[in-house]
Design a protein around this ligand. Sequence first.
Ligand SMILES: Nc1nc2c(ncn2[C@@H]2O[C@H](COP(=O)(O)OP(=O)(O)O)[C@@H](O)[C@H]2O)c(=O)[nH]1
Ligand SMILES: [Mg+2]
Length: 456
Amino acid sequence: MFENLSDKLQRVFKNLRGEGKLTSENMDVALREIRVALLEADVHFKVVKQFIESVRTQAMGEEVLTALSPTQQVVKIVKEELVKILGTSHVRLRTASEPPTVVMIVGLQGSGKTTSTGKLAKLLSKEGFRPLLVSVDVYRPAARKQLSVLAHSIGIPIYEGPAEDAAQPVALARGARREAHQAGRDLILVDTAGRLHIDEELMRELGELKTLLNPSEILFVADAMTGQDAVKSADEFHKQLGITGVILTKMDGDARGGAALSIRQVTGQPLKYVGVGEKVDALEAFHPERVASRILGMGDVLSFIEKVESAIDRQDAEKMQRKLIENDFTLEDFRDQLKQVRKLGSLESLLGMMPQVGILKDLKNVKTDEKELTRVVAIIDSMTASERDNHMIINGARRRRIAKGSGTTVQDVNQLLKQYTQARKMMKSFTGGLPGHLGKRLSKMKLPSLENLLRG
Ligand SMILES: Nc1nc2c(ncn2[C@@H]2O[C@H](COP(=O)(O)OP(=O)(O)O)[C@@H](O)[C@H]2O)c(=O)[nH]1
Ligand SMILES: [Mg+2]
């Protein structure tokens, strides 16, 4: 997400810093560069124009020009403006005063409605909701089946209705509402049909569903890969149907992110969730403040820590930390740590949230390799307890035995042992290298060991 934009903006700031003093001339140059960076990121031109004007007015103010660190002031202004166009704060899901709350998921075909419906059900059930799913996409035979498979895989109930309703969106919706009442479900997520283009018939059908269901939210699913087209159709849907928010999908792809930066300004409706992958947990609540920091390379440390903390048991993490300090980090710990890494999901998506400094910057190009992880875990599993406890005793004969037991080669075992010792070393040096609070948190995450592991 936003990598190019982020790189470019950081370069602009770096150049400004090099100038020492802010003048209206170098500020003009910087603003021009920011403008180009935003346009290249596919941000809507009207949004760009407004953005630049607002930054210019503030940056040219007396206080900024004479400030001790004018560049920092400019960065602050740019950040505040970014937050402004992204939306001032995270917008929670609206709920009905009397349950069940109904959320309609709408959008064009292939934008990610069905996938997002499943993801949202999972996310919201973690927040304590008891969702019921229903698909009213009766036009493509596979569409309802797709949601049904998804629902079963995440263990969330779905209303499938009687066979005679199979072609009746309104009847299905009505049935789902009855079912929710009977089964005590407090949230109905309605996956609707899409079209390749907005057409009258679809809008009429969605309007009918809206009247029947009186939804608290109508979330428009926009495909970030389609850039400004996504913004345009969001706007169109809003004019015809009245949407209450947007889910922007496929932000993990090489989308330039302009849609994210334009939706709020163009449609007046907030971006509420972002899809960052095909898997069912690849959906994030959208936090403007954090995203603005991410764009400016300040890192979305909060999201990162939240994610890590939800996956890693705090006590485990503290135990690890202690072991590290006491130089007591064994192969067994190494394996446990790898298993936790797997729980965290893709390393790449995690690193995208981090401040782009030194070592972390290099880490960005590293991809997690599931197979590699599995192999490493298998090798450690094939060791005896005393070997795991003290890797020094693992001689040639033991290496051969371990390789055989884990279905790998002696080279694989050698490599793993090398990675492990390097990881120990790096983790130790890393723990001391960062400012207190952050250093402590990061050391719990053992990033450098990952680097070693994955680099091989
Ligand atoms: N990479 C990626 N793919 C996504 C995301 N959301 C949906 N998709 C994919 O987009 C395609 C269409 O999704 P689907 O939910 O069937 O779209 P629908 O026609 O709107 O219901 C599927 O292949 C999904 O796996 C996302 O956030 N990231
Ligand atoms: Mg669908």
